[in-house]
Ligand binder design. Structure first.
Ligand SMILES: Cc1cc2nc3c(=O)[nH]c(=O)nc-3n(C[C@H](O)[C@H](O)[C@H](O)COP(=O)(O)OP(=O)(O)OC[C@H]3O[C@@H](n4cnc5c(N)ncnc54)[C@H](O)[C@@H]3O)c2cc1C
Length: 399
């Protein structure tokens, strides 16, 4: 959005139980949104997709990369609710890009199981914004059913020989290293999968990138490993534990992503509210037609309800140290994504022809939020997770 077309919208609402610290975080985030012109940068990064290194490093200086990363490794050690407040403000002010920068080190939290040397070499610089670490799970033949991955890591002396192809991967060319999941014990399924920290400049690695619908700055792509020699010291934690490490962060991550989608949609909702109050057709404001006001108040109710569910789930996660909230977190992400997409679609529609163009940010927000139906657990897998816990069903065709 250009500053000349920026509508005056109210500040993002505080959480249901705000603390003074949350207020400070929100105020600092709002200042950053203005100082770094994040709304303008958001649209720029869609047109010219690159990794936003300048903002990434500025966020690192503020201690915003991986806010929950533990203090023992130099992380900020924030509470979950504090991170949620920061994400809401950044998503409200600057779309998905800047909230995802904050989350990236937490997506890499399996690294916390690595040796002290690996943490010092890769995780600490990641928190400082000095480098980028990606996550490579998905493969051409294994996505939702990630336990069916085919990449192999065979021990040979002091190295593992890594062979396989990873696809759909964010930062395919931009990450200096990645957490790569491969089987060290074929036949054991998920229990045979190990995680490795793989520098992306090792011999035998080739990459290509895609042209994506949204989140274009992530420059997703395919990475092929052709008998790549990974030092044994780059095994993260124990052999066969890769999947366990991966699952640990999923629950808070899903609840937080839900709030990101909702804050993005809330921004478009506020802008649309203003637009339909000002724009006239047939001699009266658009808002005076029930065909427009009813969908908008319904969106408001859905966005607010989903947000309360998300904050309640975050409270449960925080109070139970993450245990027992898997299905709620999965449903928060699914529901928030769904209601946000609907609200963003209405925002495009009620802005008429301009809503369908890149002059306004609604279509980009829709494209970016749309990634959430596939990334970090597809909409179908999220409901499997919930059905498994709430109804005792199984998602697997084979045992
Ligand atoms: C923006 C973006 C960023 C991403 N970044 C990364 C990344 O950095 N690293 C990474 O490893 N991956 C990444 N992914 C990949 C993502 O995790 C996968 O796309 C996702 O897990 C789905 O896997 P798939 O694409 O192989 O689809 P499939 O598993 O083939 O599924 C296709 C469709 O079928 C559905 N489906 C599957 N099984 C069933 C079933 N039993 N019943 C009903 N429906 C079913 C799925 O939900 C989906 O809708 C990213 C994806 C996106 C869109």
């Amino acid at each position: 959005m250009t500053s000349s077309s920026t509508p005056k919208v109210p500040a993002h609402p505080a959480s249901p139980r705000p603390t003074p610290r949350e207020g400070e975080i929100r105020a600092e985030a709002r200042t950053a949104v203005l100082d770094f012109e994040l709304a303008r940068r958001y649209q720029e990064l869609d047109r010219e997709p690159i990794f936003p290194m300048k903002e990434y490093q500025a966020f690192a200086r503020k201690g915003w990369l991986g806010p929950r990363a533990p203090r023992r490794v130099g992380g900020p050690g924030w509470k979950l609710a504090e991170e949620a407040a920061l994400l809401e403000e950044l998503a409200y002010g600057g779309g998905s890009v800047f909230a995802k920068l904050v989350l990236q080190p937490e997506f890499c939290s399996p690294l916390l199981h690595a040796s002290a040397e690996l943490i010092d070499r890769w995780y600490v610089p990641l928190l400082k914004g000095e480098l980028l670490v990606g996550n490579q799970i998905t493969e051409p033949k294994a996505g939702s059913d990630a336990a069916g991955l085919e990449s192999r890591a065979e021990k040979e002396g002091e190295t593992y020989l890594l062979t396989g192809t990873k696809s759909e991967i964010a930062f395919a060319k931009d990450a200096q290293a990645a957490i790569v999941y491969a089987s060290t014990s074929p036949g054991l399924g998920a229990r045979g999968i190990s995680a490795f920290l793989v520098p992306q400049d090792l011999r035998g690695i080739s990459t290509e990138t895609f042209d994506d619908l949204g989140e274009r700055w992530m420059r997703r792509g395919t990475i092929t490993y052709d008998r790549v020699r990974v030092p044994s010291s780059h095994l993260i934690g124990q052999e066969g534990q890769g999947f366990t490490y991966l699952m640990e962060e999923l629950t808070p991550e899903r609840a937080l992503l839900g709030l990101v989608y909702l804050a993005i949609a809330r921004r478009s909702w506020e802008e649309t509210r203003q637009h339909v109050g000002e724009r006239t057709a047939f001699g009266r404001p658009l808002a005076s037609n029930q065909g427009i006001s009813f969908p908008l108040v319904e969106d408001y109710a859905r966005l607010e309800s989903a947000r309360l569910f998300a904050w309640q789930t975050l409270e449960h996660i925080a109070s139970s140290e993450g245990r027992g909230s898997d299905s709620d977190a999965a449903l928060v992400k699914w529901l928030s994504n769904h209601v946000a997409l609907e609200a963003l679609d209405h925002a495009m529609q009620f802005h008429g022809g301009a809503g369908y163009s890149r002059r306004l940010p609604h279509e980009q927000r829709w494209r970016d939020v749309r990634s959430g139906t596939s990334a970090h657990g597809t909409s179908e897998i999220l409901r499997f997770v919930a059905a498994r816990e709430l109804l005792g069903t199984s998602s697997r065709a084979r045992s």
